[in-house]
Write a protein of this length. Structure first.
Length: 327
């Protein structure tokens, strides 16, 4: 559910939203809670997923009476209404979560759903040089750009095919061209020139700048150019909102996650899914660079790369060794 009106979750608000479930899938995968993960993705695929397009609906209405019924009672009642509107940022966030859960928890169906989702989403909503639209006829919003950027980066890491790296670089450039603060760094919430009401105000949201930073750090690792701009842009994005976390409390955890990634990026190059999974289990921020070597993996931290390894245990040990060498 969306949230609770009480601290003990005895009285939840019964609306279900795709945005929240994307975060939940990611958290359950990281925690290794496989039963809860399967129940959550089962709901999403059964209720919110469009089997024709592979895209996911935005929400299911709150219905206190329906959820007060037991399982038998619910089978006799009409399920709450599903709002079938498609939101770009939320679908991109779910694709990221599905790809991560598939790799960490060995759920190949989630990878297939993510691939279908991203193919259709980018076909419908992405245009080279112009970023992504939010929904039909609505464009110029930062969340769609940063989540779309991160989704393209993760699609590349998952080896989904297509030129996802080029798409990611194009979106990164679009964000810099249309949303960036050229003086202080970081990104404003919208790119439009609207003057109606508060639309004339441009703010730098903590969450979206943190997401942008994480995506840029991973993109920097994939590109592998020490002179490339992406790591510096990520750092400037976080610096630009560094005064905000104290106002957010627990909700600033996304900023902490982004800040933690700036230190030492671990990149693992391999074409072996078991070795890639070992890397993700050994380091939560491991960046996977897919290649044609299905027998070995090469672990790099910054410009330091270790000798190739060929077992999951050796991948974990190489990551620990590389991080110590860089420390």
């Amino acid at each position: 559910f969306r949230y609770s009106t009480t601290q003990d979750w005895s009285v939840p608000h019964f609306e279900k939203m795709l945005e929240d479930h994307a975060g939940l899938v990611n958290a359950l995968a990281l925690a290794g809670l496989h039963d809860a993960l399967d129940a959550t993705t089962g709901y999403l695929d059964r209720v919110l997923r469009d089997p024709v397009t592979g895209l996911y609906a935005g929400s299911q209405d709150a219905d206190e009476h329906y959820y007060s019924l037991d399982a038998g009672g619910r089978t006799q009642a009409d399920a709450p209404y599903v709002d079938r509107r498609i939101y770009t940022s939320w679908n991109a966030a779910l694709a990221i979560a599905y790809l991560d859960a598939s790799a960490r928890c060995e759920r190949p169906a989630l990878r297939e759903h993510a691939a279908t989702l991203l193919e259709r989403l980018f076909k419908d909503r992405y245009q080279p040089g112009a970023g992504l639209t939010h929904s039909e006829g609505v464009a110029g919003q930062l969340p769609d750009q940063v989540w779309g950027l991160w989704a393209a980066v993760r699609a590349r890491q998952a080896g989904l095919g297509g030129d996802w790296l080029a798409i990611a670089r194009d979106i990164a450039q679009h964000i810099e061209d249309r949303y960036a603060d050229p003086e202080l760094g970081g990104y404003f919430d919208h790119a439009g020139a609207d003057q109606l009401g508060r639309l004339s105000d441009h703010i730098k949201p903590l969450v979206e700048n943190s997401i942008a930073a994480m995506a840029l750090v991973e993109l920097d690792a994939l590109v592998g150019d020490p002179e490339g701009p992406y790591a510096a842009l990520a750092r400037r994005a976080l610096q630009s909102v560094a005064a905000l976390p104290r106002q957010y409390g627990l909700m600033a955890s996304v900023f902490a996650r982004a800040l933690d990634r700036l230190r030492h990026t671990v990149k693992v190059s391999t074409g072996n899914t078991k070795l890639a999974r070992a890397a993700l289990l050994a380091h939560p921020y491991a960046v996977i660079e897919p290649n044609d070597d299905d027998r070995r993996a090469v672990v790099c931290v910054g410009t330091i790369c270790l000798a190739p390894v060929s077992t999951p245990a050796a991948v974990g040990e190489a990551i620990r060794e590389a991080r110590q060498a860089r420390a």
